[in-house]
Design a protein around this ligand. Structure first.
Ligand code: RFL
Ligand code: PHB
Length: 393
């Protein structure tokens, strides 16, 4: 026997996509239930994205979860691009008519959304399965934390369960996948030390890509390009700092990287992935469940936010007014932005990373692109516009 319940929108996954969708729907007076496989502490502590686009910040503010973001988020009006040992600043605000990025950890966004949640949010659920979405009686079956089997009848199901979730698998036969796996990964660390630069530094070097980012005035976030199958075991803290110093070194010696205790380390593979379409009857894929970008463009969470803004609006129009046009256009509207972000992320990745086999021709192309971006207004604006985030439609 399983407990039967009903809601308007059943949401699988409590990452940024699922939580923000739930929040927007609740604000619009649409009932929803969020189901999450992990426990609350895990979800709130998972270290991931750090860069919010301007439109993402605008959305979070407009829906009432921007107060801590406004206090603790670091607004950056510029970004540094480094190659051949020289650093070049792009003034994002000047190049875009006033826009900027904001550095604020994804897990902080997640914490803010969980704190703001008033509707049902179940952690530690298991055996989640979706069915009935081809007709008009979608159901989510799952097992609660206490072991009780449950069936949630919904009008719509949102698959916000990330790249390794189950909802995309439920439509595996009906999707077309576009994919590129890159021949490298990122080793990322968090260190208890003040950032050595006020702005992010994306660095191309002969030894591979490096990125200097941050989380707060006391915490630095750093990344290194490593081989795709790299394990963290071979990377002592000493080796990480030495490699970062080598790659981030500037020719004139005018800058120094400050080090400190490393308290988080991980390796992330690099992949571009799109599953089309994002709608299957009454099942809607959103965020990483539908698409993955390499992190070089800092777009993953921002795309998740755009998807659910579109989905919330469309679901409200359908459920409150019987207008299905938004749901009908959901996939196409989202995929247009997804492919722009795919191109941008691929471009940033290919400009900054060393291919495993040295390719002198490609090296010169990378340099040429970086010269163009850092020495012309058109090149700089092309990067800046995409990086701060094109306006939501
Ligand atoms: P998430 O965050 O993966 O959340 C999915 C949630 O679903 C749960 N889940 C299930 N729940 C119930 N039943 C199941 N069967 C389930 N299976 C899974 C999971 O536990 C999880 O809680 O997906 P979402 O919400 O779509 O959000 C996407 C973002 O997390 C992702 O795109 C970003 O983190 C990508 N990303 C970045 N994005 C940016 O916008 N800016 C950045 O600066 C940035 N940097 C990054 C990144 C991702 C990184 N890694 C580690 C992948 C840097 C890194 C290193
Ligand atoms: C981060 O701070 O985690 C970060 C910054 C920029 C990126 C990716 C990740 O492109």
């Amino acid at each position: 026997m399983s407990v039967r319940e009903r809601t308007q929108v059943g949401i699988v996954g409590a990452g940024p996509a699922g939580l923000l969708l739930g929040h927007l729907l609740t604000q619009a007076g649409i009932d929803n239930v969020v189901l999450e496989a992990r426990d609350r502490a895990y979800v709130e502590q998972r270290v991931r994205a750090g860069v919010l686009e301007q439109p993402t910040v605008d959305v979070l503010r407009a829906c009432g979860v921007g107060s801590r973001l406004d206090l603790e988020g670091l607004r950056h009006t510029g970004v540094e691009l480094q190659f051949d040992g020289g650093r070049h600043r792009l003034a994002l605000d000047e190049l875009t008519g006033g826009d900027a990025i904001t550095v604020y950890g994804q897990q902080e966004v997640v914490k803010d959304l969980i704190a703001a949640r008033t509707g049902p949010l179940e952690f530690s659920v298991s055996d989640v399965a979706v069915d009935g979405f081809d007709g008009d009686a979608p159901t989510i079956r799952y097992v609660r934390e206490d072991g009780e089997a449950a069936a949630l009848a919904c009008d719509l199901i949102a698959g916000c369960d990330g790249f390794h979730g189950i909802t995309r698998g439920a439509v595996a036969d009906a999707i077309t996948v576009f994919e590129r796996v890159y021949p490298f990964a990122w080793l990322g660390v968090l260190a208890q030390v003040a950032p050595s630069s006020e702005e992010l530094i994306y660095c191309r070097s002969e030894r591979g890509f490096a990125l200097h980012s941050m989380r707060s005035p006391e915490v630095t976030r750093l990344y290194l390009q490593v081989p795709p199958d790299e394990t963290i075991d071979g990377w002592s803290d000493d080796r990480i700092w030495t490699e970062l110093r080598e790659r981030l070194h500037v020719r004139d010696g005018s800058w120094e990287l400050q080090d400190g205790p490393i308290f988080d380390k991980g390796v992330t593979p690099m992949r571009s992935f799109v599953a089309e379409p994002m709608r299957h009857g009454r099942l809607f894929l959103a965020g990483d469940a539908a698409h993955i970008v390499p992190p070089t463009g800092a777009k993953g969470m921002n795309l998740a936010v755009h998807d659910v803004v579109v989905l919330a609006r469309a679901a409200e129009a359908f459920l409150a007014r019987g207008d299905a046009s938004g749901l009908d256009g959901y996939s196409e509207t989202c995929l247009r932005r997804v492919w722009r972000a795919q191109h941008f992320s691929w471009w940033m990745t290919s400009m900054f990373h060393n291919p495993p086999e040295q390719d002198p021709f490609e090296s010169q192309l990378q340099r040429s692109q970086l010269h163009w971006v850092t020495s012309t207004r058109t090149g700089g604006a092309a990067l800046a516009e995409n990086y701060v985030g094109l306006p939501h439609g």
